[in-house]
Design a protein. Structure first.
Length: 239
């Protein structure tokens, strides 16, 4: 491992505390992201677990507590990525921060047609070997299941792969999220890197249902959380 990589790992460990609440990894994104990112073709994927006590209260609809927690998590990940990026830049490692989430206004305008952003945090995380994509298009981490939020930092520094990329689903025959989805947005098909999201999950159905929930709570946010709560993968971390 090169000295610069040791420094990057040290900076991550110093900022991702407590350690048991986070996952992180490196990804090679050459040929996988838009050319507008230029030489920033390596990704640092960071995930922070959601509070399981709050997620468990999401049953047939999201709760106000879950709405607030979701927002707070995005804000915290933004602050963390700022600190990590600043430390990396000061150490001579150039970075480009990607916000953990887009605004509702951006979803309704800039990203309305395809519901796809310029860079997928989930894709970076799978290329980092941290997990896979579930049947309702959730990122399913090896450590926390889907109960986490992600953020990405791009760099032009050639990072080594931290783990082998995960290229196919490990959900098997489980259909709990598919059956629980109030929007009936998922077909139940398994993801792999050769399959487009729209072939197994209708993001517009999901978004429309999330808007209904948001309007009911007078919240300008598009989230649900039901499929997150029902997923059985690695719920053991709760204990």
């Amino acid at each position: 491992m090169k000295p610069e990589t040791d420094i990057i790992s040290l900076i991550l460990k110093q900022n991702l505390l407590p350690e048991e609440d986070f996952i992180w990894g490196f990804a090679d994104l050459k040929g996988l992201i838009d050319e507008k990112f230029g030489n920033y073709t390596c990704g640092i994927s960071i995930g922070k677990r959601l509070d399981p006590r709050i997620v468990d209260k999401v049953v047939n609809a999201p709760t106000l507590e879950y709405f607030s927690h979701y927002r707070e998590m995005n804000e915290e990940l933004s602050r963390i990525s700022d600190r990590v990026s600043d430390s990396l830049n000061n150490s001579g490692v150039p970075t480009l921060k990607i916000t953990p989430s887009v605004t509702t206004e951006e979803l309704d305008t800039k990203y309305n047609e395809a519901l796809r952003t310029d860079l997928s945090h989930k894709m970076v995380a799978t290329r980092s070997g941290l997990g896979w994509i579930g049947k309702t298009a959730l990122f399913i981490s090896n450590k926390f299941g889907p109960r986490l939020r992600l953020v990405t930092i791009l760099t032009s520094y050639p990072l080594p792969l931290s783990q082998k990329p995960i290229t196919s689903s490990r959900c098997g025959t489980c259909n709990l999220c598919v059956e629980a989805c109030p929007a009936h947005a998922a077909t139940g098909d398994l993801w792999d890197t050769t399959i487009d999201r729209d072939q197994f999950f209708n993001a517009h159905k999901c978004r429309n249902q999330c808007k209904i929930f948001g309007d009911q709570f007078n919240q300008d946010i598009r989230i649900c959380g039901i499929c997150v709560a029902v997923c059985p993968i690695n719920r053991s971390y709760i204990e």
